[in-house]
Write a protein of this length. Structure first.
Length: 159
């Protein structure tokens, strides 16, 4: 994977996570002082707009990263990073599908189900991808010799 791909994907996922989290907080956890207010916070529409604008860009970069990183890693024989990688891959797919459905579903029950699915897959993605980044960073540092190796354990001396 090229550095610009990783950087752009990480930045877009940070924008999506922050704007989505802020929007969720403003929409569902805040109440407006004015009983006639359409939104609970003045920034609520801006957070939704940032989220909706960044999402298609993240989908495009996901396709690029899928081709340059994911498929290559799935073909590799090593097993490290697979759990967080699979969690990220599957939850991103569910998150993207449910986010799309949020835009087109009209029934209240269907919309509620799409919101729950989007929130659940988003939380799994944020945690899984965050763990994947940390694991990749640790593996990279360990392979470059920056992190010290664990000392070899000695057998206890006979008494």
């Amino acid at each position: 994977m090229r550095p610009w791909e990783a950087w752009a994907f990480n930045v877009l996922n940070a924008v999506l996570g922050l704007s989505g989290g802020a929007y969720f907080f403003m929409k569902y956890l805040m109440t407006a002082e004015d009983p006639f207010a359409v939104v609970n916070h003045p920034w609520q529409p801006s957070m939704l707009a940032a989220h909706v604008v960044a999402a298609p860009l993240a989908l495009v970069l996901f396709g690029i990263v899928l081709r340059s990183h994911v498929l290559a890693k799935l073909a590799a024989t090593g097993r490290r990073g697979r759990l967080t990688g699979w969690a990220s891959l599957l939850s991103f797919s569910g998150m993207a599908l449910s986010g799309y459905l949020l835009q087109v579903i009209a029934s209240p029950d269907g919309l509620r189900l799409a919101v729950v699915a989007h929130l659940a897959t988003s939380v799994v993605f944020v945690l899984g991808y965050g763990g994947h980044l940390v694991q990749g960073w640790r593996l990279q540092r360990a392979s470059s010799g920056v992190l010290p190796e664990e000392p070899a354990r000695r057998a206890p001396a006979p008494s």
